[in-house]
Design a protein around this ligand. Sequence first.
Ligand code: NPQ
Ligand code: MG
Length: 365
Amino acid sequence: MKITGVELRTVRMPLVAPFRTSFGTETVREAVLLRAVTDEAEGWGECCAGTAPRYSSEYTHAAADVLARFLVPALAGVGSAHAVGPALAAFKGHRTAKAALEMAVLDAELRAWEQPLSQVLGAARTTVPCGVSVGITDTLPELLDVVAGYLADGYRRIKLKIEPGWDLEPVEAVRERFGDIPLQVDANASYRLDQAGLLARLDAFDLTMLEQPLAEDDLLGHAELAGRIRTPICLDESIVDARAAAAAIALKACRIVNIKPGRVGGYLEAKRIHDLCVAHDIPVWCGGMLETGLGRAANVALAALPGFRFPGDTSASDRYYSTDITEPFRMEDGHLRVPTSPGLGVTPVPELLDAVTVRTEWIPV
Ligand code: NPQ
Ligand code: MG
């Protein structure tokens, strides 16, 4: 397979409701999408970086810039997805941009081979259970209404976003109102180790896990915290690649791993982390980054692997978008169907894609 070039597109998609976390409030999802053109097939990629570098150091304009200047041109001579990572290794960081590029080449390659992504990754199921991530609200009654709506939709577990000042009370209110539902929390690195006493009070609520309480680069802090609380710690931001996952497991910094392909540099590295975690008996689950139907399709394929043992943030398309750029993912009995067509198994609808595109650039390889 010979790669001709890559089209970079920046899209802006309105969210159905503002999504508030400890690092800010999003009302519009800006994302960089890629279309890899080869002599055999075309493939789509999605960069999960956000508008501002608040979740991680990456952001959309920087991702588009590093792709155009360095990453896409470095694909000269690359003929398969497995060669993308090595070809980009000389460039430091920018994992979400690298992940998007590898995803586009992988999609093109699998479409040429007529193989679905799920099969190539090693999927063990045809549907995956869905969880949903619930943003911070202004009031507790508002939060309870939002959670009630998602439970009525059929979501199999609820994840509450927390931050200092919005933690014990919302968790207690949700437990009191909805009883013994699968419930977990995500702090997006908003606590410090000296708040371990406060976090230990979450133990009373039987949460499935506490996700990323401390800073991204604080594996030792998480290991220390793990000795002071009973709620299992799950790491998200800290797991930037398979080596970080190995270190976190060795240090006992986490008992569960959130896998986001964008955060770790691609679906192939995500698969390596899955295999490593299975070997260490560490359950994993698939995170979410407010993906369009493209990233959602690939995440659902990944979430079908056997080591994924909790419902993911792989929600239905309508959790985020009233109109997606692909055929929307719909929840059936709390599950999404794993795509079965070659590659991602979904393609953008040209008119829908054009309607949300704010910038297009062609980068020859
Ligand atoms: C998490 N996702 O697990 C992330 C955080 C997140 C579904 O909770 C733009 C770019 C908006 C990145 C919102 C969920 C985002 C974003 C949330 C990441 O930590
Ligand atoms: Mg998280």
